[in-house]
Write a protein that binds this ligand. Structure first.
Ligand code: SAM
Length: 355
């Protein structure tokens, strides 16, 4: 850090882009004013925020600690905070649907994204997940992102640069289909982690298997259960991955105020599913995979015959057991009928005997 950079308001050299310390020129600031109205500004020399409540000069914000309250020309107060990454991704321009922070957090954990990792990501979409990945790999890592549509890549690159204040040296974006571009971009077995957020990830799993280092992790984020099933069966079918693990993440906010402590009435109920597997060493075949493959027909077989209770994970009942259940049910209904007849006879003043 140069001595100039530590001065509030001084221009920021690349290494001083940490989102902390007093506000500096060039910082994005979230201002919450009267009635909770939010404005996001980038601090500039002679910049001003004009609202019908008055004017707030940027120079009044520069040099103040993050979390300060400032008063504008009309006497109205504004709370000034640097937006967190989750605030930024939820409000940045979108080309394609983004990965929400709740899923991004799970992706970082389940895919075990670590500082210094070499990570492949596709597609880039609006760059929301790229931002989380770039932060997690740190300055020693490398993120190579692939996107089929050039306009989406442009939106993502602009978003990433806006957030970090510069284009990260650790990031490269390639426009094209991952299935075609990945083998050209990276050597076999050289990638630690692969994160796929696209419509048909199974189309890319062969090149992903080649690119991943043994023990490396692939994680796919998919919106529907049918995609989830297809990815799982494809991963198993390659014989190159561990048994896939699937999950979804539900985050329910709570209203906590005095005695009114309860879940929020509304929540984001569904975004997508995550499915994770690890690349096996060349030639390795875990014993349980072979057994499972013999036992369970797959959705990919798509034959009416495969839709048995066993295939969908229900316990199948044997004919003998079924006959036993029929006899039990018959005995129960006979008992109920006898009891009902007895009650009717009692009501009619009889002695309760029944035939
Ligand atoms: C839902 S968006 C990704 C959103 C992104 N993860 C984010 O958080 O902003 C899916 C993207 O995948 C891209 N895509 C789909 N198939 C692809 C492929 N085979 N190779 C590269 N990009 C692909 C699409 O063009 C689209 O932009």
């Amino acid at each position: 850090m140069t001595s100039e950079s530590s001065q509030p308001g001084a221009a920021q050299p690349a290494e001083d882009l940490r989102p902390s310390g007093p506000f500096r020129l060039g910082d994005r600031v979230q201002l919450t004013g009267p009635k909770g109205r939010m404005h996001t500004v980038t601090l500039r020399e002679h910049g001003e925020l004009h609202t019908h409540h008055g004017v707030l000069k940027h120079e009044a914000i520069v040099g103040q600690p993050d979390g300060s309250v400032l008063t504008n020309s009309g006497g109205h107060e504004y709370l000034a905070l640097r937006p967190l990454l989750r605030d930024f991704v939820m409000s940045m321009p979108r080309g394609a649907a983004i990965v929400y922070p709740k899923d991004a957090a799970q992706i970082l954990a389940q895919a075990d994204i670590f500082p210094g990792a070499t990570v492949v990501e596709a597609g880039v979409g609006s760059g929301a997940l790229s931002l989380w990945l770039l932060r997690a790999i740190g300055p020693a890592g490398r993120l190579v992102s692939f996107e089929r549509r050039e306009e989406f890549a442009e939106v993502a690159q602009a978003n990433v640069e806006t957030f970090f204040g510069e284009y990260p040296e650790t990031w490269s974006v390639r426009v094209g289909d991952l299935a075609v571009e990945l083998p050209e971009a990276l050597a076999p077995a050289s990638v630690d982690r692969v994160v796929l957020d696209m419509l048909a990830p199974w189309e890319c799993l062969d090149v992903v298997a080649d690119a991943l280092t043994p023990g490396g992790v692939v994680i796919c984020y998919v919106a529907t259960a049918t995609q989830l099933s297809r990815v799982a069966e494809y991963l198993r079918g390659t014989g190159l991955f561990t048994e896939p693990e699937s999950s979804e993440t539900m985050v329910r906010g709570w209203h906590v105020e005095g005695l009114a402590v309860r879940p929020d009435h509304r929540m984001v109920a569904h975004t997508g599913f995550l499915i994770t597997a690890r690349r096996l060493a060349p030639g390795a075949v875990p014993p349980d995979v072979r057994k499972r493959a013999l036992k369970k027909p797959s959705y990919a077989d798509s034959d009416v015959e495969v839709w048995t209770p066993g295939a969908v994970g229900d316990r199948e009942i044997t004919d003998k057991n079924l006959r036993k259940r029929v006899r039990e049910a018959q005995r129960a209904v006979d008992g109920a009928r006898i009891a009902a007849q007895g009650a009717a006879a009692d009501e009619a003043g009889g002695d309760g005997d029944v035939d």
